[in-house]
Design a binder for this molecule. Structure first.
Ligand SMILES: Nc1nc2c(ncn2[C@@H]2O[C@H](COP(=O)(O)OP(=O)(O)OP(=O)(O)O)[C@@H](O)[C@H]2O)c(=O)[nH]1
Ligand SMILES: [Mg+2]
Length: 415
């Protein structure tokens, strides 16, 4: 169905002049989608042309470059209305791919699980639907290439009604998946499990850190959006507490809204966590901007009330220019690659989780072995002592609510 990513399409990039970090990131996005960048034009765009986005001088420059370099596509990192996209395409005689399509395209390449595929296809179709103002003509390309992978190529000849139908079907399928995930989460919560979620910009090292903390082997590669599906593992904190750690999809500047909406059930792994570890690539000069972007999206998806800890990763490669930065404050600095700082991070996680919780010592008699096992399974026991006549005293740590529930249901002697 999909063109092989190895069939590299020649691409010219049109990007904002001011922001170098953003330009580099866009280049790497284009390369990830399988483009061979054969030229680039930057524009300041203080007053965008309502018809063609860029003004006539820039348009001429871009036209000349297209004539010379014969790209298969022009990839644009500016917000483009559907009519601007169409007009630009006509003026350049070359298909235009916008930022959202590019990102959706990479997601389509990465999606592995059926849930991931469903979510990506839904996002693509919803995005496509918003661009279908003047009919399909502006999207007509012989084969689905960059920006048109997945449903694009198969749906091109069909009409809007079919797209709408397909969207409804996907929504129904996805709502079943979401309901299942919700049930799983409710079950976890009922069992008293504490969940810590990794979140952050793409490619900052979330999966590498996850693997280091959980001894897992999630793939971690130097490319955007390597992880789409959530993974959860049990980890032990230095105080003996057992918590669930989850790794999920990363964020990027201007994540298409259709994607955020479609990935709602995946993102709920983050919004429902007891603690969010916001992983940051501390080696990058534009980290503050990325932090703001991630925290904006976290807010948007409803995670703002959650307890959060910033984790500055890649400490092993922080350039000298950034090293003096002392703004880390209450956050943690680690290298997921070398393991430096990881013990301190775990200690800090334990400390954070225990804030707002209480410690109690209880006494169980020998016949309450099942309750004792349950408290262990839920990661509540900090310490225990065997009593001479049988039974135990247990030092517990839990939320006030959980403790009150336990005390009201079970016969626990307080020591
Ligand atoms: N030098 C250095 N590289 C790191 C560190 N942590 C991760 N990396 C590298 O950064 C790249 C991205 O790592 P991932 O763990 O896949 O990043 P991610 O945040 O999970 O990325 P997505 O799943 O794509 O959002 C890989 O090449 C890692 O080897 C670190 O502490 N130091
Ligand atoms: Mg990852």
């Amino acid at each position: 169905m999909r063109a092989s990513p190895s069939a590299r399409e020649r691409a010219i990039l049109l990007t904002p002049a001011a922001d170098r970090a953003r330009r580099k990131e866009f280049e790497s996005l284009a390369a990830s989608a399988g483009a061979e960048v054969v030229g680039a034009v930057t524009a300041a765009l203080r007053r965008p042309d309502p018809r063609t986005l860029i003004r006539s001088g820039k348009l001429e420059e871009l036209k000349q470059l297209c004539l010379l370099a014969c790209p298969a596509i022009v990839v644009v990192d500016f917000p483009l209305s559907p009519s601007q996209e169409r007009n630009l395409q006509t003026a350049l005689d070359c298909p235009i791919v916008n930022r959202a399509s590019l990102i959706l395209d990479i997601f389509a390449m990465r999606a592995r699980s059926s849930e991931g595929k469903l979510q990506v296809e839904l996002a693509q179709l919803r995005h496509l639907a918003t661009r279908l103002v003047g009919g399909w003509t502006h999207l007509e390309r012989q084969k689905g290439g960059i920006g048109l992978r997945g449903p694009g190529e198969t749906q091109l000849e069909t009409d809007r009604r079919l797209v709408a139908q397909r969207i409804r079907r996907l929504e129904a399928q996805l709502s079943r998946v979401m309901a299942r995930r919700r049930r799983e989460r409710t079950r976890r919560r009922r069992s008293g499990a504490i969940v810590v979620s990794l979140a952050g910009y793409t490619n900052v090292g979330k999966s590498t850190l996850f693997n280091r903390l959980a001894g897992a082997r999630v793939t971690a590669r130097d490319r955007p959006f390597d992880t789409l599906d959530p993974t959860i593992r049990r980890i032990s904190l230095p105080n003996g507490q057992v918590v669930l750690l989850s790794d999920t999809v990363g964020f990027i500047r201007d994540l298409p809204p259709e994607l955020v909406a479609a990935f709602h059930s995946t993102l709920e792994e983050i919004t429902s966590a007891d603690l969010i570890l916001h992983v940051i690539d501390a080696s990058l000069p534009d980290q503050m901007e990325r932090i703001d972007e991630v925290e904006r999206v976290l807010k948007e998806i409803g995670a703002s009330g959650r307890s959060m800890l910033r984790v500055f990763n890649k400490a092993d490669i922080i350039p000298d220019g950034l090293r003096a930065d002392d703004s880390v404050g209450s956050a943690a600095r680690v290298s997921a690659l070398t393991g430096a700082g990881v013990d301190e991070l775990l200690a800090r996680v334990a400390q954070r989780l225990s804030a707002g919780r209480l410690r109690r010592t209880i006494r169980l008699d020998a016949g309450q072995g099942r309750l004792r096992a349950l408290l262990y399974r839920r990661g509540r026991v900090l310490r225990e002592r065997l009593l001479p006549g049988g039974g135990w005293t247990l030092d517990l740590e839990m939320t006030r609510r959980a403790y009150e529930k336990l005390a009201s249901r079970e016969d626990i002697g307080t020591a």
